[in-house]
Write a new protein. Structure first.
Length: 526
């Protein structure tokens, strides 16, 4: 049972205190406590539920449960990395996986169902675009070879998988340095096919002109070849199960506890704990499950030794945030054309959308440019949650990639007006591809990038971490960090998605010494 009360944390010997309870922190805690029983671990969360983006909220009057993230889990096939991790965590028997027959459905200009089985997905594309059949086969070969090598990166780092090094060298020389858009334009002619194949970039908070092609191949391989699944009960169910495991092994998770500062001893340069809105907590080691930029600007003192790391964190390009429209219908979404769990609504004019985004990024605070670019012109994703879990209500969730910089502060008239505008635009676009849907909406609400920033403290409200640009360098903030007993984990370090964040946590545990965490000799009293 997660403790929500504000009782004393007591003067117990904390080996580790973790700031935040995102899915990577909870995974780390559950795995680490298996490896080193008896460790005293404390996880602090400012929100009233654990999980970060892996959480939900309910609207009882509407009979609806809304998931805060897509909770689409890649790598859930029998050989998938995440499925293996679920087995290590003894989660398989506690969750019910839902495998949709469709990778995703395409709507708007082209009506197409892309099957979860790669061969059938290939056939559907070739039938729709017969002149591109050879290029489609060549593309899928790249996914199978280069996508797989990239997908197995954590296993490579742990010495459990040997990639095709020749293919790896080719990929890093020719595929890592180009964007998804440039790569697909070089391989295909039909702009509709290019836009369809670009869509998986949405899963990592990127538009095709922003994302490195090699990383994108890894995402396609993970979601298609290693299969995608959804969890009955949503992502909050996964967070709760991990919290239950942590607490059953002696760890503690405290909600409604705001961490205000990481405490650094000026003499040793080591973290000695954290200051919260309830007082100080002493610990031998501190882990931060939040964006490095937020931590360096807000939680850590302005030490000279941290200046280079603050500069590097500021240089990282944040992935796009998300604006979400939550809908409750008066009928099953399947009855009005949302036949599968996921539908991708195509841009009417991909070239015009690309130019609109270019202008919006050049003036990111200008609403007159950003609203049409992100809400009106670009492709977006729709999830039929009713098809995944009818007990949550006739829920449909619409996600568009967005930018926090054109959103005014919360609780202002301008903010409320903007939320009404985005709901109107997205409903109009959805009604265009599924006529009549708007007449079945009985409840709606909007979460903006500011909403996500408020509840998760993620920089710019982005749950995806940093963009994986072609020119991007790996986020090595944990390497030679001057505060030796402090480390970071989150999508900002590992890359976005459940498989990446949970896999990174697993790698940290596997690479750590099996013995108890090293003592620093600090006083651990509260």
């Amino acid at each position: 049972m997660v403790r929500e009360t504000r009782d004393s944390l007591s003067d117990r010997p904390w080996d580790l205190v973790c700031v935040g309870t995102g899915i990577s922190a909870l995974t780390y805690g559950a795995l680490r406590l298996r490896e080193a029983p008896g460790q005293r671990m404390l996880f602090l969360e400012q929100h009233n539920v654990p999980g970060g983006y892996s959480s939900e909220f309910v609207r009882p009057k509407q009979g609806a449960r809304f998931d805060c993230s897509l909770h689409k889990l890649t790598g859930m096939g029998e050989t998938g990395n995440l499925r293996q991790l679920f087995r290590e965590l003894d989660l398989e028997s506690s969750v019910e996986l839902v495998f949709s027959p469709a990778w995703f459905q395409v709507a708007g200009g082209v009506e197409l169902m892309l099957d979860q089985v790669p061969s059938r997905m290939r056939d559907a594309l070739c039938e729709a675009f017969p002149d591109e059949a050879g290029a489609i086969d060549a593309f899928l070969y790249e996914v199978e070879v280069h996508g797989r090598n990239s997908y197995m990166q954590f296993e490579v780092m742990l010495g459990r998988f040997e990639p095709d090094f020749k293919a790896l060298r080719v990929a890093h020389r020719t595929l890592k340095t180009i964007t998804v858009l440039d790569a697909l334009r070089a391989r295909f002619k039909d702009p509709r096919l290019i836009e369809i194949l670009s869509l998986p970039a949405i899963y990592i908070g990127a538009f095709p002109e922003q994302c490195a092609f090699l990383y994108y191949l890894h995402v396609v391989y993970a979601s298609l070849y290693e299969r995608s699944a959804y969890m009955r009960g949503g992502s909050q169910q996964l967070s709760r199960l991990l919290v239950s495991q942590i607490e059953s092994m002696g760890g503690e998770v405290r909600l409604k506890t705001d961490v205000e500062q990481v405490l650094i001893d000026p003499d040793s340069g080591l973290a000695t704990g954290v200051k919260t809105d309830r007082g100080e907590v002493r610990a031998d080691r501190v882990m931060i499950n939040a964006s490095p930029r937020y931590a360096l600007e807000t939680l850590l003192p302005p030490l000279d030794a941290l200046a280079p790391h603050r500069a590097r964190a500021a240089e990282q390009v944040t992935a796009n945030a998300t604006t979400t429209l939550y809908l409750v219908l008066d009928c099953p979404p399947e009855s009005i054309g949302l036949d599968h769990a996921e539908t991708m609504v195509l841009a009417d004019d991909p070239l015009a959308a690309l130019e609109a985004r270019r202008q919006a990024r050049a003036q990111p605070t200008e609403a007159a440019l950003c609203e049409p670019a992100y809400w009106g012109a670009s492709s977006f994703e729709v999830t039929n949650y009713h098809a995944l879990d009818p007990s949550g209500g006739a829920v449909v969730i619409v996600n568009v990639l967005d930018d926090i910089r054109h959103w005014p502060p919360r609780k202002t008239p301008e903010y409320r007006q903007k939320k009404r505008r985005v709901a109107e635009q997205l409903l109009a676009r959805l009604d265009k591809v599924r006529p009549g849907l708007r007449g079945h909406v009985r409840y709606s609400e909007v979460s903006s990038p500011r909403t996500y920033e408020r509840y998760t403290r993620n920089s710019a409200g982005s749950g995806y971490g940093n963009l994986v640009l072609p020119e991007a360098t790996p986020n090595l903030i944990n390497h030679n960090f001057p505060v030796r007993n402090l480390s970071f984990l989150s999508a900002w370090i590992s890359g976005s998605g459940y498989e990446a964040t949970m896999g990174y946590a697993r790698m940290l545990v596997r690479s750590a010494p099996p013995a108890r965490l090293a003592r620093t000799g600090t006083d651990r009293s509260f």
